[in-house]
Structure formats: C-alpha cells, structure tokens
Write a new protein. Structure first.
Ligand SMILES: [Zn+2]
Length: 277
C-alpha cells in the first residue's frame, strides 16, 4: 500500500500557518469518554504551529496529561528554538527575549546576554534506536539515545557577528528528557492514526498507556528513530503512515526542512481490515 501522508510544505521559516480541521471525533481519543466536555486536540501543538486539529477529541483530564508532556518539550528543550524562529504563542509574556551564551574572547571566558534574534538558535533533536518492536531487542527501561545532531539554522550570520566582536568560540547547552519527548512523539502519531482510521477501527493502541501513564517504563519498544543520517527534506512537518499487516507504523519528521532525524512510531493494531484503505 502507498503510505498515507500529511505534509505541510508551504513554509520554511515563514511560520504563518492555516489551521486544518481533520475530523470531529465526539469522544476523548485517550479515555473514550463522551460524557465530559470535549476540547480540540492539536496533533502537533499550537505552539509549534501545528496545523492539524481534531475537533471534540479530548476531555479535560486527558488534555491536562498531554499538555504536561508538551510543556516539558516546549518550555524546555525547544524553548530557544521556538523563540528564535518566532513560532506562534498564546503566552507572549513567557517568551524569552534574551538568552545567555558562554563565549571565549581574547582567551577569556565570559557569559554574554544577547537578544534571542542574534543568538545561535539551535536544534538538537535526539536520535534514538529503532523501536525494539521492529528489531526484536529487549528494552528494560526507557529509550536509548544514539546521538544529538546539532543544527544551527542561522549559524553563518550569527557566527560572523560574534567573530566581529572578537569571539573565538561559544558554548551551546540544552537539556532533553528523552522519555517525555518519546511520549510526545507517541501522542503525535496516535492523533494522526485516529484521524486517518477513526477511533473505532483501532483494536489496540500500543502507545496509549505510554501517553497516559508516565510510569510505563519501556517506551523504546514502540518509539524510536530511523538511525540513518539526518537529512533535509521538503516539508516542515511530515507524517507518513504505513501498514505492516494490521499494524500501523508512522514516520514523523519535525522541522523537516532542516537536517533532522526521522522518528518511527509503532502506533498499534487495526481492528477490521475491511475498513482499511
Ligand atoms: Zn479523556
């Protein structure tokens, strides 16, 4: 079967984006309740300019859980990247306008505070191992890193400006919570599978317990990376969906016009092959 694909290609660093409404679900896609008020679910968060939304698709309780996962990523590891590239935000007052940068100048180490717009804004998405479900490997705990390839989209202009001010080197620091980011990827993949197949056609969503319960410890079974070299693609966001038998597998690229890794998520199993395209 040809992969089913969602691509968002109409911007590179112009991050203005139109919302794309995919479906009105009428149930919480996480706990299946239909008796509580339901909210909109962004497959990729609003704060990353995610265009795809499922309407009436999450209850307040589950939205609190998924938001808490997203906040770890958005206000943590991706905070500078979001500010530097000026992604949309509902909380402009929380956006950092300056950032500290350890530099070496004239052989001396100094800490500079510089505007985010002049900062070497960087992206260092983690590369994981392939999902253990694919390789047959046993995962005892968590998820295993392979690398953190570094991308600095504005490297040339910023490094020239720093060089002109006598800087010979600078240090970039970031913190990732690999388990939280894997849960984030699981959530993106699950939302997309629901939008394509419909909630009722999923017999089992392998990733659901990992999204809802942070104590599920072996998320590397179902979430990982394609460990081939990170590469630049055509689309800023790209989600491709494949099937292997009844199993649903997705390939996800975030910020794909930069050289980033492809993530692989084994989402779950379908109930009824008759309903499958
Ligand atoms: Zn719910």
């Amino acid at each position: 079967m040809r992969p089913y694909t969602l691509h968002l290609s109409n911007f590179r660093y112009n991050l203005t984006v139109k919302t794309i409404k995919l479906a009105n679900i009428g149930k919480c896609i996480y706990c299946l309740t239909s008796s509580h008020p339901l909210q909109t679910e962004h497959i990729i968060p609003y704060a990353l300019n995610g265009p795809w939304i499922l309407r009436r698709a999450t209850c307040e309780k589950c939205a609190a859980i998924t938001s808490s996962i997203e906040l770890i990523i958005l206000r943590g590891s991706l905070n500078l990247f979001r500010a530097g590239l000026d992604f949309q935000t509902r909380r402009k007052e929380l956006r950092p306008t300056t950032w500290t940068l350890p530099v070496t100048r004239d052989g001396t180490e100094e800490i500079w505070t510089i505007p985010t717009t002049e900062y070497p804004v960087f992206l260092d998405l983690p590369v994981y191992e392939l999902p253990a479900h694919q390789t047959g490997k046993t995962i005892e705990r968590g998820i295993n890193y392979v690398a953190h390839p570094l991308v600095i989209p504005n490297f040339q202009s910023v490094s020239e400006a720093l060089k002109n001010r006598g800087v010979t080197s600078f240090t970039l620091k970031n913190t990732w919570e690999p388990h939280a980011f894997a849960r984030f990827l699981a959530k993106v993949a699950y939302g997309f599978a629901v939008s394509f197949y419909g909630l009722d056609n999923l017999q089992e969503a392998y990733v659901l317990p990992y999204i809802l319960d942070e104590n599920q410890s072996d998320i590397g079974r179902y979430v990982g990376s394609d460990t081939t070299k990170p590469h630049e693609g055509k689309h800023f966001y790209e989600i491709d969906l494949f099937r292997r038998g009844l199993e649903i597998i997705e390939r996800i690229r975030l910020f794909g016009t930069l050289p980033v890794p492809d993530y692989i998520v084994v989402v779950g199993r379908l109930r009824d092959p008759k309903n499958v395209v």
